[in-house]
Design a binder for this molecule. Structure first.
Ligand code: SF4
Length: 373
């Protein structure tokens, strides 16, 4: 079993905080879709078994039209075995989700919509330079629910001008809409983004960790009241709606990363495509892959194991840790975890070491403390 991630590298405009790979020039879209199709064919035998998840990410995959999506699905169905119950997700932006578009998407094999709402407030959406407004966010959700029972939305917390009250109202709105799955991301200042430049030039307030932490604590409380399970650090779900794509990633399953800038994992190597649309297209047009790979050392694999498992509710299996990485790394992990276990940020439950509710916001920092460098 494996996953297929397909990166669609186009956006209408650049959000101020974003450092993903995308282009706002759509004129090469057809050429790129063809190149993505070629890559899918060239790599069809790389991973064995059935594809259990297919994920169109980006970028903004909802910029693909019917012909382009059907073209990619045609190639996938001809060259890959797809599990009958495969989760097939497409990321969309609210401004693309007209009734016509939703009808078209519902006719494809896609069975899960991910909608980039980010905020229900115009002030935040303008500040982030999103292409949609608050009213489009709302109307897209009402429309989407008519066509897709399985929906997830993204919301961003820790926005400087968003006080706790507005964050609580945001959560009330999201939970009232009965969306089965929500991913919450802390606003971060990535290198080479407009947001970083605005902060450097003092045109924007700083993004503060304490502010994000306060929002995360509110989120934990309100999500529990609304019966959402915090099954992974950023992901909250109603029963039966865990994201198969996310779970596969956090449990170390292999996946193909297709498209410019896409990353993949084959169990021993991390591979990534060149993050340049035209160079990617030229390579594929010449019948070559635009891929680079690096072997993961046993220490890389150990670090990855700690990082991914700590983000899940279940945590990290101590038995697997010992069997897979040996007694020395097992002892090292226990030693490094000691201070967090004593402080109640980590706990051992049965044969698993996991992050407590109290420690959740520090998950990545604690993983870093256990890393072998
Ligand atoms: S729409 Fe998504 S990928 Fe595109 S710029 Fe905004 S955050 Fe980045």
């Amino acid at each position: 079993m494996f996953g297929i991630y397909i990166h669609i590298p186009f956006c209408k405009q650049a959000c101020h905080y974003c450092n993903y790979h995308f282009s706002t020039t759509l004129k090469h879209k057809v050429r790129l879709v063809k190149a993505i199709g070629k890559e899918l064919i060239l790599r069809k035998d790389e991973l064995q078994g059935e594809a259990k998840t297919i994920y169109f990410g980006g970028g903004t995959p909802s910029l693909l039209n019917e012909e382009e999506l059907n073209y990619l699905f045609q190639i996938i169905s001809e060259h890959y075995k797809i599990a009958e119950d495969a989760e097939i997700t497409i990321e969309t932006n609210p401004d693309d989700l007209t009734e016509e578009k939703l009808q078209m998407l519902a006719k494809t094999p896609i069975n899960r919509l991910s909608i980039g709402v980010q905020s229900f407030y115009d002030a935040d959406l303008v500040w982030m330079n999103r292409a949609h407004n608050a009213s489009e966010a709302m109307s897209s959700l009402h429309l989407a629910k008519k066509y897709f029972p399985n929906i997830t939305i993204d919301l961003i917390y820790g926005i400087p001008q968003m006080d706790n009250k507005r964050w609580e109202q945001t959560l009330d709105t999201a939970f009232r809409l009965k969306i089965p799955h929500i991913s919450f991301y802390a606003l971060t200042v990535e290198p080479d983004t407009a947001l970083e430049r605005f902060i450097d030039k003092k045109k924007s307030p700083k993004v503060e960790d304490d502010h994000a932490y306060a929002h995360y604590r509110i989120l934990q409380r309100k999500a529990k009241e609304a019966n959402y399970q915090n099954y992974e650090f950023s992901n909250f779900s109603k029963t039966g709606y865990y994201s198969q794509n996310n779970m596969a990633y956090w449990s170390g399953r292999t996946y193909l990363g297709i498209g410019p800038g896409a990353h993949g994992y084959n169990g021993k190597q991390r591979c990534w495509n060149i993050a340049n649309n035209l160079l990617y297209a030229k390579k594929l047009e010449a019948g070559e892959l635009a891929l680079e790979c690096e072997e993961l050392s046993v220490f890389d694999q150990y670090n990855e194991y700690v990082m991914t498992r700590f983000r899940t509710l279940k945590g990290m299996s101590l038995e697997v840790l010992k069997q897979r990485f040996g007694n020395e790394l097992y002892q090292y992990a226990l030693e490094q975890a000691k201070m967090h276990l004593q402080a109640g940020r980590l706990e051992i439950a049965g044969n698993y070491m996991r992050v407590t509710e109290e420690g959740r916001f520090q998950t990545d920092g604690m993983s870093g403390d256990l890393f072998y460098v």
